[in-house]
Ligand binder design. Structure first.
Ligand code: 4AD
Ligand code: MG
Length: 467
């Protein structure tokens, strides 16, 4: 007899088969007719399989009638058609073996529903709940979709480093990596820290983005993507920020901003279509239990064209709207989440790509526009994709490919050209127009599931003051 997942055992094709199903008990109900119903879950799908355990089984009194939520079991038996509501099959047990008991006095995941905040305190047990289980299955499906989308289009998956000496976003929000003992810091004669005695001979950090290294590979191999953990020491305690999150970053040689926007749109549409196709049961759960706009917004994203407007047009729109904002809207300032959400949720009611932002609020690597693009000040070929509920889900740009403009921008932003010699070299030797963007995986999972707090869409959230 072969082990069958609950997911397979629930399919009509399994009727009549002998099977072994293994997992954890959700509930037990004893019937007067001399048998018990066990709801068994193994994480392969949201639903449980109903096990019917007859009083004739030899360990019925000693084991089966003592089963409670969280106990682990192996059930062998026959899968039969079921007349029960919400199920086409049920498993008639010929044998039930108990592996581990879960003391009902101590096991916290009893039938009563716990708040998501409470569940965060039990990071080791919360994947056993319906909500976190569904989130993780969807997260997994999204990751597969990400790889499929790029691999089918001949992108190379490049592993960019986690430890780096450069600050891609120039925001100084980096976690330091060092082997220096904080109790015995070596000093230079001038009194600063002597990094010459540190492991890497200079200051190093956890990466905030794989982009700069991604550009190296894109300007040699054409189309690449990197997908890995990134780290930001920004002290933002919001429902959309993590200190450790996963980012997907494609980078394409010869792509200009319009092609970059098109790639981002097709990419998000593909993920949406795959999840809609393969995660119907989990999505219905989010629609019923978490947010009843989940299915419509996801279908909209999959089917409707994204709007594209410039930052300058967005500012005009926001200033002309009658909406009361907490933060002022001025050309030259960064948009706040409330502005972004107004645009995507209320004004367009669809995903929007904003492009051509003021140069002063964007990193050094973005391509500078000539003055004809905007008469209010210098702009760069940046793009942000905004979606309902989440706001910014993607940030990207065309990259500055002109040597002199790049070095001037670096000087302007106080970057040490020596530290970025390799990056500048890409413009000295066979420079090409190129573009890319970054999608925050957790923001995508939030968008798809409707989960309001980003801490509930990553297995182990790291946020200020909490690991
Ligand atoms: O807009 P960001 O900072 O762009 C970059 O890092 C570029 N280097 C990407 C590129 O062009 N290759 O970040 C990209 C995306 C954001 O749009 C957001 O979805 C996500 O990463 N993100 C975060 N997600 C969770 N927690 C945080 N603290 C995040 N910061 C950014
Ligand atoms: Mg951004």
């Amino acid at each position: 007899m072969q082990r069958t997942s609950v997911k397979r055992a629930r399919e009509v094709e399994s009727i009549g088969k002998q099977a072994i199903v293994e997992g954890w008990i959700r509930t037990r109900r004893d019937s007067k007719g001399g048998f018990s119903f066990l709801e068994l879950n193994d994480g392969s799908c949201l639903a449980n399989i109903q096990v019917i355990a007859d009083a004739e089984l030899e360990n019925y009194e000693s084991d089966i009638r003592r089963l409670t939520a969280g106990c682990s079991v192996t059930v062998s038996g026959q899968i039969k058609a079921s007349g029960g509501r919400g199920q086409t099959t049920e498993l008639h047990a010929s044998e039930v073996e108990v592996h581990g008991w879960a003391d009902p006095e101590a096991y916290p995941l009893q039938k009563k529903r716990h708040s998501l905040e409470k569940l965060r305190e039990w990071a080791h047990l919360r994947p056993r709940t319906n909500t976190i289980g569904a989130v993780m299955r969807v997260r997994n499906r999204i990751c597969r979709s990400i790889h499929d989308f790029f691999q089918e289009d001949d992108f190379l998956y490049v592993h960019t480093p986690i430890i780096t000496a450069s600050d891609c976003e120039g925001a100084g929000e980096m976690f330091r990596v060092t082997t220096i003992d904080p109790a015995r810091v070596p000093n230079t004669p001038a009194g600063g820290v002597d990094y010459g005695q540190d492991f890497f001979d200079r200051p190093t950090y956890l990466t905030v983005s794989g982009q700069l290294e991604g550009e190296i590979y894109a300007t040699a191999l054409g189309k690449i993507y990197t997908f890995g953990p990134t780290f930001r020491a920004e002290n933002s305690n919001t429902a959309r920020h993590l200190a450790e999150f996963w980012m997907v970053e494609p980078e394409v040689a010869f792509n200009r901003l319009p092609q970059n926007m098109e790639l981002a749109e097709q990419f998000l549409k593909r993920i949406a279509a795959d999840v809609l196709g393969d995660c119907a049961e989990d999505l219905q759960f989010f629609q019923d239990r978490i947010d009843d706009t989940v299915l419509t917004t996801l279908r909209n994203l999959a089917e409707k064209p994204f709007h594209r407007i410039s930052y300058t047009e967005a500012i005009d729109l926001l200033q002309q709207s009658s909406e009361k904002f907490e933060f002022a809207v001025d050309w030259g300032a960064d948009l706040h989440a409330e502005h972004e959400r107004f645009l995507t949720e209320k004004h367009f009611r669809a995903p929007v790509i904003l492009h051509d932002y003021p140069a002063a609020i964007k990193p050094f690597y973005m391509k500078v526009n000539d003055e004809t693009v905007c008469d209010r000040g210098a702009t760069v070929r940046a793009m942000d994709v905004l979606v309902p509920r989440v706001g910014e889900i993607i940030g990207g740009s065309e990259r500055e490919d002109r040597l002199e403009v790049l070095t001037a921008r670096m000087a302007e932003q106080g970057l040490n050209a020596d530290d970025y010699r390799w990056y500048v070299d890409l413009r000295r030797f066979g420079t090409v127009p190129h573009s890319g963007f970054g999608l925050g995986l957790e923001r995508m999972v939030q968008f798809v599931t409707g989960m309001t707090n980003i801490r509930d869409v990553i297995p182990f959230p790291r946020t200020p003051g909490s690991t």
